[in-house]
Design a protein around this ligand. Structure first.
Ligand code: HEC
Length: 144
């Protein structure tokens, strides 16, 4: 008798299972919405995105080149290196590497070839396109 009623309890009808279909069905819609939302909103900005800003491109290039392993750079996660000088408040800086007046053109020149500007410099030549250099310049000058 006990076995029979136990058996009946085991026979779930479709949609009644507490840990299966019903619960899943309740979660499916919000989960799907979340995935869709993430696909549009949480995906990281990519260098190939058509509407990317110059600053965003600069941020991506600096992250890729690991500039933060040598420099502290505001707004870039983990960029807390102490090999080179901190790059925050760059717009307020007077000189670049102590030798060039701080202008966007000079900063681009420096980034293109730091060791030409300061021979023996520990800052390595970077593999950066002109567009990426412009992006980095835009990013650093927004640091007032
Ligand atoms: C291996 C360490 C290293 C890496 C990686 C590195 N730098 Fe540097 N950087 C330095 C050092 C050291 C100096 C100081 C050179 C000097 O003053 O002559 C410097 C100087 C600079 C300066 C001039 C700072 C000033 O005081 O005016 C800028 C701007 C700069 N780096 C940007 C970058 C960017 C952007 C990247 C990544 C694309 C980068 N650096 C990657 C070591 C590094």
């Amino acid at each position: 008798m006990a076995a029979r009623s136990g058996n009946r309890r085991m026979r779930w009808r479709r949609g009644e299972r507490p840990s299966g279909g019903v619960v899943f069905a309740h979660w499916r819609t919000p989960a799907l919405l979340l995935v869709l939302l993430c696909a549009s909103a949480c995906h990281p900005v990519r260098a190939t995105d058509a509407d990317i800003s110059r600053e965003q491109l600069g941020e991506i290039a600096m992250t890729r080149q690991a500039c933060g392993s040598c420099h502290r750079i505001a707004g870039i996660e983990g960029a807390d290196g102490t090999v080179g000088p901190p790059l925050d408040h760059y717009a307020r800086r007077q000189m670049i590497a102590g030798v060039l007046p701080n202008t966007p053109e000079n900063l681009a020149r420096y980034l293109k070839s730091p060791r030409t500007i300061v021979p023996g410099n520990a800052m390595p030549q970077q593999r950066l396109s002109d567009r990426e250099i412009q992006g980095i310049v835009a990013y650093l000058y927004q640091q007032k």
